[in-house]
Write a protein that binds this ligand. Structure first.
Ligand SMILES: Cc1cc2nc3c(=O)[nH]c(=O)nc-3n(C[C@H](O)[C@H](O)[C@H](O)COP(=O)(O)OP(=O)(O)OC[C@H]3O[C@@H](n4cnc5c(N)ncnc54)[C@H](O)[C@@H]3O)c2cc1C
Length: 390
């Protein structure tokens, strides 16, 4: 065998699995099709290490508790990459979510977060504070403040991979997996690197190919069951204007969906949208309608900035992997799906969905699924305590 664990995909889940496997003492090789890490969804997210406040609307309490726990670890272990920021939620006369609902949600959120400082909230007593100076005050009823953490998703992905490499994991960039053959005692992977086709044998394989995971699942012999998923595109725009170091959690006046306004390297990032996508994941790109939707939402809440006629300096989109359903993307379950090649002693597991915030927990679950087919090794670290540097 060339390695114990082969990982397909250099996004946050792939590097998370590489880190977890290396920490557990296994030899690891990660294969990424592009020349750098985080070229897929893991550089196109909202960049929030969030407690998942809005999942409370779907009664996903376990998911919120997991996100809050993982956020706590990241704040401890990666202080240079994950930073706590105040989030302001303005409540207007016409808001879809009234003040009592926001208050109830934030109270539950604080409880699920063990009442830690980072999970607490308050009502802003004076709406004339400088942080709210540019906010539309017409029919504003009240404003709540709570906390979320912000990160640079690509930087976090690189930092997690670096920690995996420090524990012996090997990274192979520019290597596109083309086939996986599952045998009784291991797997044979064939991948394209530059102009040649290479082979790798591994005791087990983790498919962490994000929006490509469904496609990678079809490359396996013997043929495997696949999951019914939708790819849902989410777009962000970046405006060349600094609103300070605060985040604003607003409701789109068009359809009531939650939208975040966030600081981003001296500019302001606004997102996101939801658009079912059925093309090649590599071809995702913002549509004119999505950009219009985000601009209209932003200027409804920050009308004074509209007069500045800001150009949209950048926009980008990423793809969520969600279980197929007729429901709005916003209402669908955000549970991560794990698919194994067999129930007992699986040699391969595929990850569908997941969250930047909970990557560590997701990686540990995926690794646990294949542990029985791996040789005995001695752990060298606990992922919960590994420091990450930007
Ligand atoms: C718009 C949007 C906003 C989001 N915001 C947040 C947020 O604020 N907070 C949060 O916690 N989560 C957020 N998420 C979710 C989070 O970003 C994703 O769950 C996460 O980034 C997915 O990571 P991944 O590793 O599964 O996929 P990816 O990052 O897409 O990585 C998959 C990798 O696999 C590689 N690959 C594919 N096929 C092959 C192959 N055959 N061979 C080799 N390599 C291959 C790809 O090149 C890619 O690098 C958001 C998602 C979206 C879409």
């Amino acid at each position: 065998m060339d390695c114990d664990v082969a990982v397909i995909g250099g996004g946050i889940h792939g590097v998370g699995v590489a880190q977890a496997a290396a920490a557990a003492g296994y030899s690891v090789v990660l294969l990424e099709q592009y020349a750098t890490l985080a070229q897929g969804t893991s550089s196109r997210s909202s960049k929030l290490i969030h407690g998942g406040l809005r999942y409370l609307e779907n009664f996903d309490f376990a998911l919120v508790a997991e996100c809050l726990r993982e956020r706590h670890y990241l704040l401890q272990n990666a202080p240079s990459i994950v930073k706590l920021k105040p989030v302001y939620i303005p409540v207007y006369k016409h808001s879809k979510r009234p003040a009592w609902m926001i208050r109830a949600g934030l109270s539950l959120y604080a409880l699920l977060g063990g009442l830690k400082k980072e999970a607490r909230f308050s009502r802003v007593k004076d709406i004339n504070i400088p942080e709210l100076a540019l906010l539309n005050k017409a029919e504003l009823r009240t404003v709540y403040r709570y906390y979320e953490a912000q990160t640079d998703d690509s930087m976090l992905t690189v930092a997690v991979m670096r920690s995996a490499q420090d524990m012996g994991a090997e990274l192979k960039l520019g290597c596109e997996v083309q086939s996986i053959v599952i045998q009784e005692h291991g797997c044979e992977i064939q991948y394209q690197s530059n102009n040649s086709v290479e082979q790798l044998s591994a005791a087990s394989v983790v498919n962490a190919a994000g929006p490509w995971a469904h496609r990678v699942q079809t490359l396996i012999t013997p043929t495997q069951q696949n999951v019914e998923i939708d790819l849902v595109q989410g777009t962000h725009i970046i405006l060349p204007f600094e609103l300070g170091e605060n985040i604003y959690y607003i409701e789109s006046p068009i359809d009531g969906r939650p939208v975040f306004v966030m600081p981003w390297y001296g500019d302001t990032m606004v997102g996101t949208t939801e658009l079912v996508f059925d093309d090649d994941p590599a071809s995702t790109k913002p549509t004119g309608k999505e950009i219009e939707y985000l601009l209209e939402t932003f200027y409804t809440y920050f009308p004074a900035i509209k007069n500045k006629n800001l150009p949209t300096c950048e926009s980008f989109s990423g793809l969520r992997v969600l279980p197929r359903s007729a429901e709005n993307a916003n209402k669908r379950s955000r549970e991560t799906i794990y698919l194994c090649d067999r129930e007992s002693k699986p040699r391969m597991v595929s990850i569908f969905g997941g969250k930047l915030t909970a990557y560590r927990a997701t990686a540990e679950i995926a690794l646990n699924k294949i542990k029985e087919s791996l040789p005995l090794r001695s752990a060298i670290a606990e992922t919960r305590n590994i420091n990450l540097f930007g």
